[in-house]
Design a protein around this ligand. Structure first.
Ligand code: CA
Length: 228
């Protein structure tokens, strides 16, 4: 099998070097650039399998690059993993809403980074669970056809919106979604869902799911995800 190609965009050369070293060791083909302009040039010549994108870059920043890639039909499906500082919560949210797949907060250990990269590439290869097909995760079954949730074979009674949120999150285990993305995905025609309402819905959902409620994780400052 051909090696998977990863493009790293990072202006701090020592970090770039450490990441490159570790990814090459893991068997990836790695290219590194230190600016957004170079990143876009590089992607035009060869679309990588994944892009590791530092958000704080001189000139064109990570979010600009993200936006640019997602607007272009040849690169819109390219997985993007953001590299961020702890203080950049709002940028993480913005990046996820632009379509980035995941993020790692600096400083991170190379083994964590490698594991997250593998997870993103694996999820991409599998794609989401098909729209109408029942999802089975651990002891939880979510059946969109019957609009039914079973925990250890016993039905869990959920409202329409709770069901939609659970189904949406469980279709992509491990993916972090912002509140806006959840609202976008589950918005009914009949009423407007707000940020705060998402939190209330999730709280209700967890309570009704009991033990399985812990499968829904809060990602502080960012949103929610279904545990992988
Ligand atoms: Ca930087």
């Amino acid at each position: 099998m051909a090696k998977e190609i990863i493009l790293i965009v990072e202006d701090e050369e020592d970090i770039l070097e450490v990441i490159s070293y570790n990814l090459v060791k893991e068997g990836y083909e790695v290219y590194g650039v230190t600016s957004g302009e170079e990143a876009l040039r590089s992607v035009k010549m060869q679309v990588p399998d994944l892009i590791l994108l530092d958000l704080m870059l001189p000139g064109m920043d990570g979010l600009d690059i993200c936006r640019n890639l997602k607007q272009n039909s040849s690169t819109q499906d390219l997985p993007i993993m953001m590299l961020t500082a702890k203080s950049e919560d709002t940028d993480i949210v913005a990046g996820l809403e632009l379509g980035a797949d995941d993020y790692v907060v600096k400083p991170f250990s190379p083994s964590v980074l490698v594991a997250r990269i593998r997870a993103v590439l694996r999820r991409r290869a599998m794609g989401p669970a098909a729209e109408g097909v029942a999802i089975q995760i651990k002891d939880l079954t979510i059946d969109p056809g019957r609009h039914e949730v079973l925990f250890r074979d016993r039905p869990v009674d959920l409202t329409f919106t709770e069901f939609r949120i659970l189904h949406f999150l469980s279709r992509h285990p491990g993916w972090v979604y912002t509140r806006d993305q959840i609202i976008e995905a589950v918005r009914g025609d009949d009423y407007v869902v707000t940020d705060r309402a998402v939190d209330v819905q999730i709280a209700g959902l967890r309570k009704k799911l009991g033990i399985a409620g812990t499968y829904i994780e809060t990602v502080r400052g960012v949103g929610y995800r279904f545990k992988e």
